[in-house]
Design a protein around this ligand. Sequence first.
Ligand code: GLU
Length: 304
Amino acid sequence: MDYTKILNEISEELSNFNNPGKVASYIPELSKVDPSKFGVHLYCTSGTHHAFGDTQERFSIQSISKVFSLSIVMRLLGDDLWKRMDVEPSGNAYNSLFQLERENGIPRNPFINSGALVLADILVSEFDHPKDKLLNFVRNISGVPSIDFDEKVAQSEKHHGHRNAALANLMKSFGNIKNDISTLLDVYFYQCSIAMNCEELAKAFMVYANEGKILNNDEEILNPMKVQRINALMQTCGFYDEAGEFAFRVGLPGKSGVGGGIVAIHPEKYSVAVWSPKLNERGNSLLGMETLERLTTKTGLSIF
Ligand code: GLU
């Protein structure tokens, strides 16, 4: 497969794309990003990589980080985790409160905010330094020790995170949060603020394309069954209330974030990260989805 040629074609086709999307502004620090940024990085299990555009500039990975916290927690816990959250698509906004109340404080899945807050609660229970644990995990699987939190984004989110605080409090009232709420919110906000570029994200997600192993050194991060489950969750729940649309148009497991990043994987073939900050009305990168749809159409490869 000539991925370089395919990416060049996509870059050409989309060079004059009229993008009606909007940069996320509910976290003020995110609204400062240059909306015209656009980059794609594709990493193959064969070790080659292919890219175009702004692939070396770091951005806020936001909800993409939920895949990392889920991975750490799944390494620790067995099926007990699923007593505290479900594995169903929510069909609702990622920060919705009413479904959580109706379902007695049990989040629909780990990739909506309530699910990620329960994961943060577990990290606080299990580790003395949960934020370091998260950062070290990401640094290890990507092979990039300089990856870090973005302090300004974390602080901005902390000052505007009232809805996340509401979700955590609601779950605490149902007994599904064990720790002090401000402690787990702090972990969650820093987790969302992790800054990575497309190349680093594609490398990190290689674990999910490569049967749970780091490509360069074969270290097993997750056993094959856990990887399959995480990929199934990315497929069904990775795109807010647009997971069906993403499966329909793109057909790959993946995860997006309101920073405009999307990472997707084709098991045993490649991982691909795309960044374009303008979001559609469901919170997914508009140009990012368009790019990945063209990629899977042009390669003709499908997981289905
Ligand atoms: N930190 C964001 C929030 O909780 C994550 C949003 C996202 O990327 O989905 O609001």
